[in-house]
Design a protein around this ligand. Structure first.
Ligand code: HEM
Length: 506
């Protein structure tokens, strides 16, 4: 009997360890994987020896393993916890690991179980909500019971990054910085973005001459050009620009939530914070700023506005650090969007042609390019919102216990056929006909809505415009989309994607 139980446990463990997500994780940390394997073998060997010597221990071990197996089995049942008010859905580890590779997991589970269901992100139970109204009502009405999650880069800034702050400190910092994010600050970045986008597209075209190029390495400089200009008021050509861009690129190295911050990341952050503080002090001292200024910072920009409203900004380490991380994190989000903008231009030459048809009318062209960017976001770059439950909450007749996460699934809400007809079709025209304001929230909503929305859209719009007008893009080869080995990773085009770019006359 004990042998059968242990064999069953071995089969169940092997099925978990053989999921692609588990194999990738172990493969990405070979030392840790080896250490865990050695420890597991030593523990199993020890247990087997004790079991062979002491029959009572053997029975206790068999009983213990049987209880763990039975508990895991029951917990993985979709109906687990129904009597305690928990939503339907499996908390099983295997389903959790499989969901990492399954782009349809949330929409399929929502179709099967309804718009509120539960799952696990490895060990962490999560209540998923795919209905925007239900999710935003929960966030608004029970805000005091919810918290933001943690993030590895929070440790760089006193008080953490704005997005992960709660309560009064969040309200103070948001009140200070948000007024700087005006549509004018975003629009003022148009020529900086266009200049860098043209240069990056030209480099891509050169690299693509031998049968295509993978766009990835060309995109971050475009995102940085928009953000450094719109947020910090520094254009390419400004004496500080190159140093800023290099340090932001350095700061992009991923950090681990539980490991110490590497020296290079700390130094890049500190250097950026010093520069931004100096620019803020200069901006606060100056009365007249104008766009072509080469020494101070340009206006309109977020920093120019916030520094002139708050003359002591340069000494506010929390605000300065958050501005630095806004450019860093905003750059990553914006680059993610550019990946899909370029891929959609290459996959849908007829949509690129629609942009060119209005090339003689700049405002019409910008309107169509923005609709193109919005559709790329709807299809591929709509994230999710997470909250940590600090006190039990009720939603849609279910109870979400303290300690769980809530995930409001924006991507799935943006693929509902009753709102977006033929939702899988890439159709930028739908955003020319309507802004879908009520049902399209890729930038969140309410008191935490994304302040970087206009800047991100400006970067995407200008890049789409410059690429469509300047080049014929075509997909040469492609493969399936992928994401990093995490439930919160956003999907990216295949690493096998190759795009050709042919310069258009004129
Ligand atoms: C495609 C690009 C982007 C997308 C899809 C996006 C999406 C979002 C979403 C959904 C939220 C709400 C998070 C929540 O409620 O928990 C958010 C918040 C935020 N975003 Fe963005 N974002 C983008 C670009 C940017 C950029 C360019 C910046 C900075 C310039 C930025 C800065 C922030 C900040 C600081 C917050 C936190 C706001 C707060 O909690 O008060 N984002 N973003």
């Amino acid at each position: 009997m004990e042998g059968a139980i242990l064999a069953l446990a071995a089969v169940v463990s092997a099925r978990v360890l053989l999921t692609p997500a588990a194999r990738r994780e172990l493969g990405s940390r070979p030392m840790l994987a080896m250490l865990s394997a050695v420890l597991a073998l030593v523990a199993l060997g020890g247990a087997a020896w004790v079991a062979s010597q002491v029959p009572l221990a053997r029975r206790a071990m068999g009983g213990g393993v049987a209880v763990i197996l039975a508990a895991s089995f029951v917990r993985a049942r979709p109906g687990f916890g129904a009597r305690r008010g928990l939503p339907p859905g499996s908390l099983g580890l295997r389903e959790s690991l499989e969901a990492i590779d399954d782009a349809e997991y949330y929409s399929r589970t929502s179709d099967r179980l309804g718009p509120i269901f539960k799952m696990s992100q490895i060990h962490q139970p999560v209540a998923c909500i795919t209905d925007l109204e239900t999710g935003f009502t929960l966030f608004r009405e029970q805000e005091h019971r919810l918290r933001q999650s943690d993030w590895a880069f929070n440790r760089l800034v006193p008080g953490g990054y704005l997005e992960y702050m709660d309560g009064e400190p969040h309200a103070r910092l948001r009140g200070l910085l948000a007024p700087g994010f005006t549509p004018e600050a975003a629009e003022a970045a148009d020529s900086a973005i266009a200049e860098v986008a043209r240069a990056q597209l030209a480099e891509m075209a050169d690299a693509a001459s031998d049968g295509g190029v993978h766009p990835e390495e060309y995109l971050l400089p475009i995102a940085h050009a928009g953000l450094i200009r719109a947020v910090l008021g520094v254009s390419p050509g400004h004496p500080e620009y190159e140093a800023l861009r290099e340090r932001f690129t350095e700061l992009n190295r991923p950090l681990d939530l539980f490991l110490p911050i590497p020296r290079a990341s700390r130094e890049a952050f500190d250097g950026l914070a010093r520069t931004v503080s100096r620019l803020a002090a200069a901006a606060a001292r100056r009365e007249d700023r104008h766009d072509d200024e080469s020494e101070g910072i340009a206006s309109p920009s977020v920093l120019a506005r916030v520094a002139s409203d708050n003359p002591d900004l340069a000494d506010d380490a929390s605000a300065i650090g958050t501005l630095v991380l806004m450019v860093k994190e905003g750059g990553i989000m914006t680059r993610g969007m550019l990946r899909w903008v370029i891929k959609m231009l290459a996959d849908h030459p007829e949509q690129a042609e629609r942009l060119r048809q209005v090339a003689a009318d700049p405002s019409e062209l910008d309107g169509r390019a923005e609709a193109f960017a919005l559709e790329a976001i709807r299809r591929f770059e709509s994230p999710y919102l997470y909250r940590r439950v600090a006190e039990d909450v009720e939603v849609g007749g279910f109870r979400i216990p303290r300690g769980w996460l809530v995930r409001l699934c924006l991507a799935e809400a943006h693929a509902r056929p009753e709102v977006f007809s033929d939702p899988q079709r890439f159709d930028p025209g739908r955003f020319e006909r309507s802004d879908h304001a009520e049902s399209f929230c890729p930038f969140g909503a309410g008191s935490r809505v994304c302040p970087g929305r206009d800047v991100a859209l400006e970067v995407a719009k200008v890049t789409a415009r410059e690429a469509a007008v300047g080049y014929d893009l075509r997909t040469v080869s492609d493969g399936p989309a992928w994401r990093i080995n995490r439930h919160w990773g956003l999907w990216r085009p295949s690493l096998r994607l190759m795009v050709s770019l042919n310069r258009r006359p004129g």
